[in-house]
Design a binder for this molecule. Structure first.
Ligand code: DX5
Length: 226
């Protein structure tokens, strides 16, 4: 059974003085969850949301929060992001010396664990931890900034990750997510390749029809590939 299509925003493009309003608007626009792009200025050349920022919006929606930890030391802050209200923590393979242990620690905190692959990182890097995650994120841009162009050469990699998940008998429990440059013109390529959780920032917040129309457009296009 194919995993359901989910449309989720990155709140990176938001006016940070209006984060709370944006969270409420995203909820009303019909997104399935909210992704917080957490950046430490070390793993990527940008700095964004601490746990207290996320916690300040937690009461504004019942939507699941996931923290995309683009940080060098995810073990150090994982507990704080769970306490802030994130149900899922996504760590980068490239930042984890002991990935298996890090993912296990996240699960012991009561959150679900997920793993992200930068564009140059092969899917084989997650082959031995698929039983510990509920999602694999295939980056379709180099992390750090919104508004970048979709890297279409990631589509065979998306397909390989989906194949690995299915071959491990996890097709009913593990999602494949993509993040970066997802828009009306790229979403079908990613969905056809096997992605079912689609993260978008610019495409949602810059849509002429507003958030609701943008979410619906991406959802319709992605489902049309099924
Ligand atoms: C990169 C960020 C972006 C963001 C989405 O580190 O993770 O991919 O979420 O940005 P857009 O949708 O504008 O490419």
């Amino acid at each position: 059974m194919a995993r359901p299509i989910q449309i989720a925003p990155s709140v990176l493009p938001v006016d940070f003085s209006k984060l709370g309003e944006a969270v409420v608007a995203l909820d009303q626009a019909g997104v399935d969850l909210i992704q917080w792009d957490v950046m430490d200025g070390q793993f990527v050349p940008n700095l964004t949301f601490g746990p207290d920022v996320i916690a300040s919006t937690r009461s504004l929606t019942t939507l699941p929060f996931e923290a995309h930890l683009m940080v060098l030391t995810p073990d150090v802050m994982a507990k704080r992001y769970v306490e802030a209200g994130c149900q899922r923590l996504i760590v980068h393979v490239e930042a984890c010396t002991h990935l298996h242990r890090t993912l296990g620690n996240i699960r012991e905190l009561g959150a679900t664990a997920a793993v992200a692959l930068n564009p140059s990182t092969p899917p084989s890097e997650v082959a031995n931890v698929l039983d510990l995650v509920d999602l694999v994120l295939v980056m379709t841009v180099n992390p750090g900034f919104g508004g970048q162009s979709y890297i279409s050469t990631m589509e065979p990699k998306i397909a390989e990750v989906r194949r690995m998940v299915n071959a491990a008998g996890l097709e009913d429990s593990v999602d494949v997510e993509v993040d970066g440059g997802i828009s009306a013109s790229t979403v079908q390529g990613a969905a056809r390749a096997g992605a079912n959780v689609l993260i978008a920032g610019s495409a949602l917040f810059k849509h002429a029809g507003g958030l609701g129309a943008a979410v619906q457009e991406l959802r319709t296009l992605a489902n049309a590939t099924r």
